[in-house]
Design a protein around this ligand. Sequence first.
Ligand code: GRF
Length: 206
Amino acid sequence: MPARKSVAVLISGRGTNLRALIDSTLAADHPARIALVLSNRADAEGLEIAKAAGIETAVIPSKGKERAEFDAILYTVLRAKGIDYICLAGFMRLLTTDFVQAWYGRMINIHPSLLPAFRGTDVHARVIESGTRFTGCSVHFVSPEVDAGPIILQAAIPVPQDATADSIAAAVLEQEHALYPQALRLLAAGRLSIEGQRVRIGQQTA
Ligand code: GRF
């Protein structure tokens, strides 16, 4: 089996998607390993999940830093660690266009809606207000425009009549935990290619 790809997961909070990614990469045939978990907040609960799994962690406090300054430090840390791919998992910090372009095709994010609908924050309340019958989650490549990059995988669920923002959040999160690991596996196995705004999923080659 070829050497596993090194993945950095960037977080800002509780890290349930991080946990799902860590668990999935424990599989013996997985093409990636999580080499680094990096947070812009020292109090992110996800850091404890990483430590408990024996994964190296790093904190780059973002408060008071210019975007370009933060991203330059981030870039240096990722390069020093030999990172191949980045997964954003609840990372609540906008990245500069320069950084995003440098990692284009190698950085993915999970968003709790069926993109391109409901980009941005406060998604579930807006879903309910809109009257839409379905929602879900999307894993996409990160592009300079927020939540607008090429979509890799999506999962959809119905929005029940009596849904609340919290109930939808919980139902979507469950889908996220299954979807994100699938997308990382495809990415690390080299099975994804970007054609404009579309992502082609190729056959397993090895
Ligand atoms: C998830 O809902 C994800 O879609 C969004 O931020 C949340 C992160 O949750 N980008 P967690 O930290 O992985 O639990």
